[in-house]
Design a protein around this ligand. Structure first.
Ligand code: PMP
Length: 406
């Protein structure tokens, strides 16, 4: 029995207390983006009301306050991932930009025939950037397969690694299936062969504590908006010695040491990778989200989400013709499914009429859909503010949809 006080947590998220089409909102689309607690909304409003100025090099009071707040956000992100140094934290727009940064910058050293290994369950954000490198440089993209349950065939990694392997880039948690990958094990295997590992943590950090030193991850990235923070801000963690060895990603203000028309020299990381005015308010909002999470009992939150997952898995199977896509033993609170004879888009539209927000489509993971032989799935994804009653609401709405359409 969990002691999770879901009503107290819900009171922190003002958006949840509304009706949609006359029904209480059941927001079950947390893998797409999460809702924001008052602490985050207030921190952003406070910054724009009192402290807004551009950061770094400003001598006036507001510039100094804004700079301190922005750098305090970097320290909060360091603490959140347990990085050794705040200099290992690069602020980016989100997971997508983080991976593109690594592909463009770390990938600049790749030679034709070099290899990058990903998994069969990657989001497009961890496939397409490597294909762009491939088009430029002629690298080879290799894929660790998964089994019929959507569990990674981890034991296949060692055989895929060759002397030409330059990077293993894997998702921590699959957004389409919910599968939690054994990233510590994958990293240990890659490191035995001297290969660094990038972890896409977009769907992991909202659900579980992550310690980049314990994992020994070389790169780890996530998006603020999936972590109860704002859109447009995210984090790339990189080991100091790796970031220091990498060329700039974009050029501009704030990332240089000296500039002349003949030659420019670059600032050390993380500034080297933060050209231009960053999303200052976003970083401040992300700090508020991290501090909000630090006030919660995160292991209790995880236990509660696992109870929601077990309950949803059981309840959804009462719907005739419903098939769950992704049944790996280790899953985050995500349930992808199809119902025989109903297109997922119709399902999404109908359950919306009952106040239930779910996602339908390929979830930016087309190879996963291809593997399971479906064009799309419906996906309910949970956060620690969701309730068992919302799962009942979803289940009832799916029964209605089936009565209507089959
Ligand atoms: N990776 C995974 C596993 C994701 O779920 C997502 C978002 N759906 C991304 C990467 C991309 O994140 P963003 O759109 O915030 O850059």
């Amino acid at each position: 029995v969990t002691t999770w006080d879901v009503e107290a947590v819900r009171a922190d998220f003002p958006i949840l207390a509304q009706t949609v089409h006359g029904k209480p909102l059941a927001y079950l689309d947390n893998a797409a983006t999460t809702q924001k607690p008052n602490a985050v909304i207030d921190a952003i409003a406070h910054f724009y009301r009192h402290d807004n100025a551009n950061i770094h090099r400003g001598v006036h009071a507001l510039a100094e306050r804004a700079t301190i707040a922005y750098e305090a956000a970097r320290e909060a992100a360091r603490r959140f991932l347990n990085a050794r140094s705040a200099n290992e934290i690069v602020f980016v727009r989100g997971t997508t930009e983080a991976i593109n940064l690594v592909a463009a910058s770390f990938g600049a050293r790749f030679q034709p025939g070099d290899e990058v290994i990903v998994t069969a369950m990657e989001h497009h954000a961890n496939i397409v950037p490597w294909q762009l490198v491939q088009a430029r440089t002629g690298i080879v993209l290799k894929v660790i397969p998964m089994d019929e349950s959507g569990a990674l065939q981890t034991e296949q990694l060692a055989a895929l690694i060759t002397p030409r392997t330059r990077l293993v880039a894997v998702t921590h948690v699959s957004n389409a299936l919910g599968t939690i990958n054994p990233v510590a094990e994958l990293i240990a295997i890659a490191h035995q062969h001297g290969v660094p590992v990038l972890v896409d943590g977009a769907q992991a950090v909202p659900h579980m504590p992550v310690d980049v030193q314990a994992l020994d991850a070389d790169f780890y990235c996530f998006s603020g908006h999936k972590l109860f923070g704002p859109t447009g801000i995210g984090v790339l963690y990189g080991k100091a010695e790796l970031l220091e060895s990498m060329p700039p990603y974009q050029g501009g203000g704030d990332m240089i040491r000296t500039v002349s028309f003949e030659k420019s020299t670059f600032a050390p990381p993380p500034q080297r990778f933060e050209a231009g005015t960053p999303h200052i308010a976003g970083a401040i909002g992300l700090k508020a989200a991290i501090e909000y999470l630090e006030r919660l009992d995160r292991l209790a939150a995880l236990r509660y989400e696992q109870e929601l997952l077990a309950y949803a898995t059981e309840r959804l199977q009462t719907v005739p013709g419903l098939k769950i896509v992704g049944t790996a033993p280790e899953k985050a609170a995500v349930v992808s499914f199809t119902i025989d004879g109903i297109h997922p888009h119709d399902l999404g539209t109908i359950v919306d009429r009952y106040g239930v927000a779910i996602r339908v489509g390929h979830h930016c993971a087309m190879p996963v859909m291809t593997f399971f032989g479906v064009p799309a799935t419906a996906r309910a994804s949970f956060a620690f503010y969701n309730t068992f009653a919302e799962i009942d609401q979803l289940t009832d709405a799916l029964h209605r949809a089936r009565d209507l359409l089959v």
